[in-house]
Write a protein that binds this ligand. Structure first.
Ligand code: F6P
Length: 332
């Protein structure tokens, strides 16, 4: 094997750069050439390849985002798009491709694998919703960003004795809300995986007030929507709807904060850099061993590879003990 390529795809995640660095430097260690593909699958189709060497990845381990840029390609799912991507990879002499991204990106990777190009996926999404790995790159940084925001909101919530509803990212997944809610001491965590009753939420807030709590923080994942027992359809941000409901029902002064895309940026934590470095290095080793069609992951602190097909057959299961614990600890 002489040459491999690496791309980042889907929503960016802090630590993607650390993974790119690990890929390029592990490849350099083995005297393998590396091409960087700009803008994910879009760049594959449009031949946007750049040469990467160990110096091109200097000073990026601490930077959020991705030096290779990221995009969601509408062309790649088409037969023409895929044919163009495969042709470009072959003409560039690429023998293996590393895809740093989420499950949508890996599905694209499986098409290339089927066409005979060895593909290894590295899970990177702040949502942490990829099965067969305990962690995805970016999740730890995002949880820390959200906890920092909750700490700040707690200061003003205490001063003004208010209810705060804090909306965090997670279109289909409650991992960010659950981990940040537990670490931030939120009174209530609302996630798409668990059906919630807004009247219970209100009762909990009132019970906390009677216990002498000066404020209450409700962390809600953006994916929470149609799973409330209120019979209403979702026509506005979950957080605002919840905030209005809580205010009307309890009479407490309520504020809503939507954290938005600040959750996707920032310097990656040490954990994200370490996980990214280990995954990036393993992905290169696997390509050198002639393996393809796998996703690397972290399972109980060990780096494990799972066939992409198997990963897609599984649903990521959330440990609801975390959910129970967050509410027990905040209810007293
Ligand atoms: O990166 C994952 C994620 O942050 C989701 O939680 C969110 O719904 C989505 O990406 C938003 O991404 P964008 O605004 O880039 O489409």
């Amino acid at each position: 094997m002489q040459k491999i390529a690496v791309l980042t795809s889907g929503g960016d995640a802090p630590g993607m750069n650390a993974a790119i660095r690990a890929v390029v430097r592990t490849a350099g260690f083995h005297q393998l050439g590396v091409l960087g593909v700009m803008r994910g699958f879009h760049g594959l189709i449009h031949n946007e390849f750049i040469e990467l060497n160990p110096r091109s990845v200097a000073d990026i381990i601490h930077r959020g985002g991705t030096i290779l840029k990221s995009a969601r390609s509408v062309e790649f799912p088409t037969p023409e798009g895929q044919a163009s991507a495969i042709r470009n990879l072959r003409e560039a002499g690429v023998e293996g491709l590393i895809i740093i991204g989420g499950d949508g990106s890996f599905r694209g990777g499986m098409r290339l694998q089927a066409a005979g190009i060895n593909v290894i996926g590295i899970p990177a999404t702040i949502d942490n919703d990829i099965p067969c790995t305990d962690y995805s790159i970016g999740f730890d940084t995002t949880v820390n960003t959200v906890v920092e925001a909750i700490n700040k909101i707690r200061d003003t919530a205490t001063s003004h004795e208010r209810i705060y509803v804090v909306e965090v990212m997670g279109r289909h997944s409650g991992y960010i809300a659950l981990y940040a809610g537990l670490a931030g001491g939120a009174e209530t965590v609302l996630i798409p995986e668990v059906e919630a009753d807004l009247d219970d939420v209100c009762q909990r807030i009132v019970a906390g007030y009677k216990l002498g709590k000066a404020h209450s923080i409700v962390v809600v994942a953006e994916g929470v929507g149609g799973n409330f027992k209120t019979g209403r359809s979702l026509d506005e941000s979950s957080a605002f709807r919840i905030g209005n409901y809580v205010k009307a029902k309890t009479g407490f002064e309520t504020r809503v904060t939507v954290l938005g895309h600040i959750q996707r940026g920032g310097n990656p934590t040490a954990q994200d850099r370490i996980v990214a470095s280990r995954m990036g290095a393993r992905a290169v080793e696997m390509l050198r061993e002639g393996q393809g069609g796998y996703m690397v992951g972290v399972v109980h602190t060990a780096i494990r590879a799972t066939p992409l097909e198997e990963a897609f057959r599984q649903e990521k299961t959330m440990d609801l003990e975390f959910y129970r614990l967050a509410h027990i600890l905040a209810s007293q």
